[in-house]
Design a protein around this ligand. Structure first.
Ligand code: DLZ
Length: 508
């Protein structure tokens, strides 16, 4: 049976389920660069270049393995604007008996493919994405009957199921989670190992020219470009992380240092999320490093939890709750995203650094995303649509299945506590403790009110006052309510006035 095997841009794995049972003589692998995918949100230039280059390299590797590959370049004469029009044309051209595609990562693509399949004269089979360790069905069963979900319980089940960091039936070291050891502030003399970078080859150079010509109006710096674009390069990044950075990854997971955009993070999410790396091999590498005595348990466990726990959990939450999740706005946030999220032009040094690094690298590490950029959006009450769009387009590892639960659930508490147990709201002192940003800021983090005060300080309390009714029932915010009640009217008025003035100044 002649099969057209359709591979999407985030499915660049040689073991992808759509290639199972492939007949290299007869079947055709189809891949396409399409304009709509680059512009449905105006992705960061570096993200488009990264993905197109990785797709082209992947297609070349398949050809080397004697697969028949039909690859549509964006600048081909016969190029198509959407997946479904490109697929329709490929079916007409190759005349297959059926199409197989691995379950896409985004709801809108799934719906398009299902609509296409309903009208198609040949079967369009959408098969499970077996790269994930928890299937969509299994997650549904796990979540059934639970009112709110907690990652920690899901993670424990995954540890048991895959026997990762287990000592018989017990967690290695006696605890499931070593996060309390993973919150060290940065030290003065912290030396961060250099990140791995790769010189662009001819394929990447061609893509860089294409992106420079076609997407010049998109956000972000295209060059310098030194990302891994092949599995081999991505494996080098993983190996270097395990040997050089993992031992301190746990300790300094939440630390931020000006001029150190990656710190001790792996920066492998780009490669994991497009398929160049497989979650199982990343988990196995960290577990092995622990068993070999090369890395401490708090680091190995923290890293594994991100992949085996959090990553699988957010995917489950996404598919369980779409399409409704896209409209969640529990706190009724309605402000526009401030212009400085695009320009970096703000007097708040922490936000300036995080935006500028995002612009340069299409990357920021998780605590920059959550506790600086995200915390500000939460406190200021920015509409979830605006925040979701920004995160989806600026980060090269962002696809909606991973971006939306992180933004809507974790960052904005827009699902009312379904995914996370509390809003991740913090004043300036948290940022000051975990970074060196405040010492180089125009505002004073120790001042609570007035034009010199760090805006995070009064925005925090204004957020608590504004959302009091909606947050009161959350026992993890209870302490804050008591502190608020002890403040006098004068203090509360000063907080409200400072907030209004600040919003006016930044035009939101
Ligand atoms: C992000 C992206 C971009 C910019 N371009 C393409 C493309 O031209 N072709 C493609 O197959 N995939 C692209 N992607 C990734 C897709 O958006 C991603 O595969 C879907 O959102 C998953 O549902």
């Amino acid at each position: 049976m002649k099969t057209l095997r359709f591979i999407l841009g985030d499915q660049l794995s040689h073991s992808i389920s759509s290639l199972e049972g492939v007949d290299r003589q007869e079947d055709v692998v189809f891949m396409c660069e399409v304009h709509d995918e680059a512009i449905y949100v105006k992705h960061h230039k570096k993200k488009i270049a990264f993905l197109f280059s990785a797709m082209r390299h992947f297609a070349a590797e398949l050809r080397d393995k004697n697969f028949k590959v039909d690859y549509l370049h964006l600048d081909d004469e016969k190029s198509h604007t959407s997946f479904t029009s490109a697929l329709g044309n490929a079916i007409a051209q190759h005349n297959p008996d059926r199409v197989i595609v691995t379950h896409p990562g985004e709801y809108r693509v799934l719906k398009d493919l299902e609509a296409f399949a309903a009208d198609s004269s040949i079967p369009i089979e959408i098969v499970d994405d077996t790269r994930f360790l928890c299937s969509i069905d299994h997650f549904h069963k796990w979540a059934e009957g639970r009112k709110s979900l907690r990652m920690e319980y899901f993670y424990r089940e995954m540890r048991r199921k895959y026997h990762i960091l287990m000592d018989g039936d017990h967690p290695e070291g006696g605890a499931w989670n070593y996060d309390s050891e993973n919150r060290k502030p940065p030290k003065e003399d912290l030396s961060v190992p250099e990140a791995e970078g790769f010189e662009p080859d001819a394929i990447t150079r061609e893509v860089l020219d294409l992106v420079a010509n076609r997407f010049s109006a998109h956000f972000g710096d295209l060059e310098p470009f030194d990302l891994a674009v092949t599995r081999k390069q991505a494996l080098t990044v993983l190996r270097r992380f395990i040997s050089d950075k993992l031992p301190l990854f746990g300790d300094f997971q939440d630390a931020m240092v000006q001029g150190e955009p990656v710190m001790f993070h792996a920066k492998i999410s780009f490669y994991l999320n497009c398929g160049l790396l497989n979650p199982k091999e990343c988990i196995a590498a960290a577990e092995q490093a622990y068993h070999d005595g090369q890395t401490p348990l708090n680091a190995a466990e923290g890293f594994i939890r991100q992949i085996l726990g959090w990553r699988e959990y957010v995917r489950g939450v996404y598919w369980l709750n779409m399409p409704d999740y896209a409209h969640a706005n529990y706190l009724e946030a309605d402000r526009r995203l401030p212009a400085f999220y695009w320009t970096g032009e703000t007097k708040l040094n922490c936000l300036r650094q995080c935006v500028l690094e995002t612009k340069q690298n299409a990357y920021a590490h998780h605590i920059q995303r959550l506790m600086v950029l995200g915390n500000f959006a939460l406190l200021a009450g920015i509409h979830p649509d605006e925040v979701n769009e920004w995160y989806l387009l600026v980060y090269a590892d962002a696809y909606e299945w991973v971006e939306m639960p992180n933004v809507t659930g974790m960052i904005l508490y827009a699902d009312g506590g379904y995914l996370a147990s509390k809003p991740y709201a913090a004043g300036g002192s948290y940022i000051n403790k975990m970074s060196d940003y405040c010492s180089q800021c125009s505002y004073k983090v120790t001042v609570k009110n007035g034009p010199k005060a760090c805006p995070f300080n009064y925005l925090y309390w204004d957020f608590i006052m504004r959302n009091r009714e909606k947050l009161e029932s959350n026992h993890r915010v209870g302490m804050m309510m008591k502190t608020l009640d002890r403040m006098g009217d004068q203090k509360r008025d000063a907080i409200r006035d400072d907030t209004k003035r600040f919003f006016r100044e930044i035009g939101i």
